[in-house]
Design a binder for this molecule. Structure first.
Ligand code: SF4
Length: 305
């Protein structure tokens, strides 16, 4: 089967990473060990390995072709119609991509389910940025929301995420997708906060459903995400929400410092929350080194020094 036309998607300009070239390791059908209620792909029976997939040669050939047409790619995003770490040649592939990527960075988007397998753990260490999902901590919530393949061990996943975070010197990002009446309950949010604090990733992206889901589930409102961000004290939280409501207010120096002591804010948070005079005060605090601006995987955070 020839896959070369379907392996690549983009390049797509991304606000966070620049020009991103997408690589789909399962272009012919969905192959995933989860069947998340919110998945934007069709419902599918879970699998624990890929049965049809392009060869490393095909994937590298397709990337080279795109590079020839688009020489300014900033990031190669490895993903799949399903779970990319089920691709059996992932280690060989990342080594080959590293040989041809030039200045481009590599990013993988995974559901995190295979990180406790030594081979996958070692392979993930080779990516410039690893973004893993973690929607729930309690096994009940995990099974209900992500509908995982039997045998996946959540405790092992979390332990491996903790050691991955300690082992990598690259960017490690977690993503939590909130679904109404599933993982938005206080108990689960508390568990997520405790666990994510232990994992200590560079950044956590929180969001909700914004495309038609595979099953009949609903997004949470923006206010829930804001509540979660405020609960996740001490963590770099990036709220990803389409058409975020603008709620600008005026803050004085003490109020700004107190807010940033509680949690770092992204540039987008500042645009949405701070009026013009507050933004000027913030700028002054940055100039006086009371606040620092830190890049975390392409997202700038304002942090209390
Ligand atoms: S892990 Fe991703 S691809 Fe797999 S079911 Fe969940 S959302 Fe869909």
């Amino acid at each position: 089967m020839s896959y070369s036309n379907s392996i690549i998607f983009g390049p797509i300009p991304s606000r966070r990473f620049g020009i991103s070239l997408g690589v789909d390791l399962s272009p012919s059908s969905k192959q995933c060990n989860f069947d998340c209620l919110y998945c934007e792909l069709e419902k599918a029976k879970t699998v624990d390995s890929m049965t049809t997939y392009p060869s490393v040669l095909d994937v590298i050939g397709a990337i080279k072709e795109s590079f020839a047409k688009h020489p300014n790619i900033d990031v190669i995003t490895v993903t799949a119609n399903g779970e990319p770490t089920l691709y059996p040649k992932l280690d060989e592939l990342i080594t080959e991509i590293d040989n041809i990527k030039g200045k481009a960075k590599t990013l993988i988007l995974s559901n995190g389910s295979t990180i406790y397998h030594d081979k996958t753990f070692e392979t993930l260490l080779k990516f410039d940025t690893v973004k893993l999902s973690l929607d729930c901590v309690s096994s009940k919530c995990f099974k209900k929301l992500d509908r995982i393949h039997s045998g996946i061990d959540i405790e092992k996943m979390i332990d491996a995420m903790i050691s991955f975070s300690q082992s990598t010197s690259n960017q490690f990002v977690l993503e939590v997708l909130f679904v109404k009446d599933l993982n938005d309950k206080e108990d689960e949010i508390k568990l997520l906060h405790e666990t994510i604090s232990q994992i200590n990733p560079s950044r956590v992206d929180i969001g909700t459903i914004d495309r038609p889901p595979a099953y009949d589930v609903q997004p949470v409102p923006y206010e829930t995400l804001e509540h979660v961000a405020n609960t996740f004290a001490g963590i770099n939280v990036n709220i990803a929400y389409k058409d975020r409501p603008k709620q600008t207010n005026s803050f004085n120096e003490e109020e700004i410092l107190a807010m940033l002591k509680r949690r770092p804010l992204t540039e987008q948070d500042i645009e949405n929350l701070f009026d013009e005079s507050s933004q000027k005060i913030l700028k002054k605090l940055v100039n006086n080194s009371k606040i620092s601006v830190v890049d975390s995987g392409g997202v700038n955070f304002y942090k209390f020094c």
